[in-house]
Write a protein that binds this ligand. Structure first.
Ligand code: ADP
Ligand code: MG
Length: 257
């Protein structure tokens, strides 16, 4: 699918208008307006239950909102609450990579198998092409030596780096990270953040939900604070961390910093 041709220079790569989502009577997202520019790194912070995961999942079609419009990499994923048909959704998901807290590797496939499956099935790469690409990506995430390992034999940090390589193998234009280091032992957090920093430095557009405030300070172009299903405020890290305008932001930061 061609997408870049519909994305004009100067146009945001993600554009969200009036995004509303509820589960039954429980309103989880309350009319979110938001934009991401190409190569921007956006870090989303906020208390548990504030809607951060739901927000990310609405950006790649894992959740269907009832209200609003989501445009991403030149596709209209949701328009006035109506989703793209499944076929378009699959194409879009190849362009929007997602990394989860729980890794979600295919347990019965080797590391190489995990990283080559998507490109072979969905991008039409030959086995040899997919393997060559996978080996490059594994080198990038520092796991060349683990190509033939099975996921169960890896540490959490290694699993998460494989998950990142697997997402990158689809050649995404935007990467979504939902608490990618929250399930890791503290000593393994750094190796995953380092890979994410590398991606950011290469110009990848990223939306990252994380409690790693050091990463946010260092890497984020924009920090977005969510609470109660809405965006409380957003700004550059220096402003958000040292001079937040909203009491709810101060309250949250006091709890985590
Ligand atoms: P966060 O990621 O900020 O912790 P979530 O987006 O996971 O927040 O959840 C926001 C709210 O939506 C929470 O109150 C949560 O209980 C609720 N929620 C999330 N997923 C579901 C679901 N599948 N069914 C019902 N409620 C849900
Ligand atoms: Mg969450």
């Amino acid at each position: 699918m061609t997408t870049t041709q519909t994305l004009q220079p100067g146009q945001p790569i993600v554009r969200i208008r009036g995004l509303g989502k509820r589960y039954g009577d429980h309103v989880v997202l309350k009319g979110i307006d938001f934009e991401v520019q190409p190569s921007q790194v956006v870090v989303v912070i906020g208390p548990s239950g504030s809607g951060k995961s739901t927000f990310l999942r609405c950006c790649n079609g894992l959740e269907q909102p009832e209200e609003g419009t989501v445009e991403i990499v030149g596709h209209t994923l949701v328009h006035n609450g109506a989703m793209l048909p499944e076929r378009g959704l699959n194409a879009l998901r190849t362009e929007v990579g997602m990394v989860f807290q729980s890794f979600n590797l295919f347990p019965h496939l080797s590391v190489l198998g995990n990283v080559t499956l998507g490109p072979r099935l969905l991008r039409g790469l030959s086995a040899a092409q997919a393997e060559a690409q996978a080996r490059e990506l594994l080198q990038k995430v520092g796991l060349s030596a683990k190509a033939d390992a099975m996921p169960a034999s890896l540490s959490g940090g290694q699993k998460q780096r494989v998950a990142i390589a697997r997402a990158l193998a689809m050649n995404p234009k935007v990467m979504l990270f939902d608490e990618p280091t929250s399930a890791l032992d503290p000593e393994l957090v750094g190796e995953v953040l380092q890979v994410m920093k590398l991606l950011a430095s290469e110009g990848m557009t990223m939306m990252v939900v994380t409690h790693e405030m050091g990463f946010a300070r260092e890497v984020a172009d924009l920090v977005v604070v969510m609470d109660g299903g809405g965006i409380v405020e957003s700004g550059d890290p220096a402003t958000i961390f040292t001079a937040p305008r909203q009491e709810r932001t101060r309250h949250f930061l006091q709890a985590v910093l």
